[in-house]
Ligand binder design. Structure first.
Ligand SMILES: [Zn+2]
Length: 382
């Protein structure tokens, strides 16, 4: 049974009902846009290909505080494994269940409600308060979501001073962990060429696996950096190796290797590339390498106004001292930080995200809009 509890609860349920699997927004954007426009908030569509992005703003000029989120969700997995259908919001034991309940339709609903409340309370606030939503965060490529929007902002000169990402950051209790940065992610696909031949006649062939193996061993053993105060040391992992014809008696003509770096501010994508290529060169491989940078690392240092405001709000409204963390995977914050923005992520408990029976605690859901409201109030009104 569902009962109407509050605006944020109702809106979260409305969003969960829309099956917005990446990149389909399934009507979420239209629903949010209609609400925001009623509240006098200006909405601009930034559609790229099949991806819907929404840029909603109120006020003018700087400073600019932007809330950031995504309305797309990952697939539910087998629906029969769920205790209640994933796209039917359901309350049980003080929790709201449904795909996206934690990642991150509750966060989006809270940011929308907080924005409406903030604009109603401070119609003439200084600067600009904004909301950026995408429907392409969970997908494998993320070309036409926030990455493209950030490109557009760079071209049009749209600045962002502070960016609050509403991703589920908390560990056990709402507000117990905030993300103040993320590691960068850099991948490569290496193809090493040899000469195919009979294993009994190796002098008539050239084995690319034998060529690649010592180079990979050196890459795997390398210490890329020692990390620093804000980030652990850079890690390197090989994820795939493909080579061979399947036959025991054939030396393959080539081998393909995929690998990934996760790095903090002690290294950069450029420095990692350079060192990798030097190692490959040393091993004298006939090879081609394709690089893919998902994002550089970013970090919002201690003393930043947004970071301090979020910490104070967590203490005041959640009664916890948040742990400032740079752990976990990457987030859309990586595209906004290079615009010069201070980026901090604060959201509900992430224990159930992407899982069967994803949920958010109702108590946490009800407190989320107040957190966003209080952050906006501190930064824009003082
Ligand atoms: Zn998410």
């Amino acid at each position: 049974m569902l009962r109407a509890m509050s605006e944020v609860f109702d809106l979260t349920c409305e969003l969960i009902r829309r099956r917005s699997l990446t990149p389909d927004d399934a009507g979420c954007m239209a629903l949010i846009e209609a609400r925001l426009q009623r509240a006098g908030i200006h909405c601009e569509h930034l559609r790229y290909g099949v991806v819907a992005n929404l840029w909603a703003t109120h006020g003018q000029g700087g400073p600019v505080l932007a809330f950031l989120g995504h309305i797309d969700v990952v697939p539910s997995g087998p629906e029969a494994d769920w205790a209640s259908p994933p796209f039917e919001p359901t309350v049980r034991d003080g929790k709201l269940y449904g795909r996206g309940a934690a990642d991150m339709k509750s966060g989006v609903a809270a940011m929308v409600v907080a924005l409406e409340q903030f604009v109603a309370a401070h119609p003439d606030h200084p600067g600009t308060v904004a909301l950026l939503l995408t429907s392409d965060e969970e997908g494998p490529v993320n070309l036409d979501g926030v990455r493209r929007v950030a490109q557009h902002f760079r071209e049009t000169g749209q600045r962002i001073d502070w960016c609050v990402v509403g991703e589920p950051s908390s560990k056990e209790k709402l507000g117990d962990l905030i993300r103040v940065g993320r590691r960068g992610s850099l991948s490569f696909r290496l193809t090493v060429h040899g000469i195919q031949g009979h294993v009994a006649y190796p002098d008539l062939a050239k084995n690319p696996i034998h060529g690649a193996a010592p180079a990979l061993a050196e890459l795997a053993a390398a210490r890329w950096d020692d990390g620093n105060r804000d980030f652990p040391p850079t890690t390197f992992q090989v994820s795939n190796i493909h080579g061979g014809t399947g036959a025991f008696n054939v030396i393959p003509g080539s081998v393909m290797v995929d690998a990934n770096f996760r790095f903090g501010t002690a290294s950069s994508a450029a420095s990692l590339r350079e060192r990798t290529e030097a190692i490959l060169k040393k091993h004298d491989l006939d090879c081609a390498i394709e690089w893919n940078l998902s994002g550089e690392s970013f970090h919002s240092p201690e003393g930043g106004r947004l970071r301090e405001a979020v910490i104070e709000v967590c203490r005041e409204l959640c009664g916890v001292d948040p742990e400032p963390s740079t752990g976990g995977g990457t987030s859309d914050g990586r595209f906004i930080a290079p615009l010069g923005a201070e980026v901090v992520e604060i959201g509900p408990v992430n224990a159930s995200i992407h899982k069967i029976d994803e949920h958010v605690a109702l108590d946490d859901l009800e407190r989320l809009p107040a957190i966003h409201f209080a952050i906006a109030q501190r930064l824009l009104v003082g």
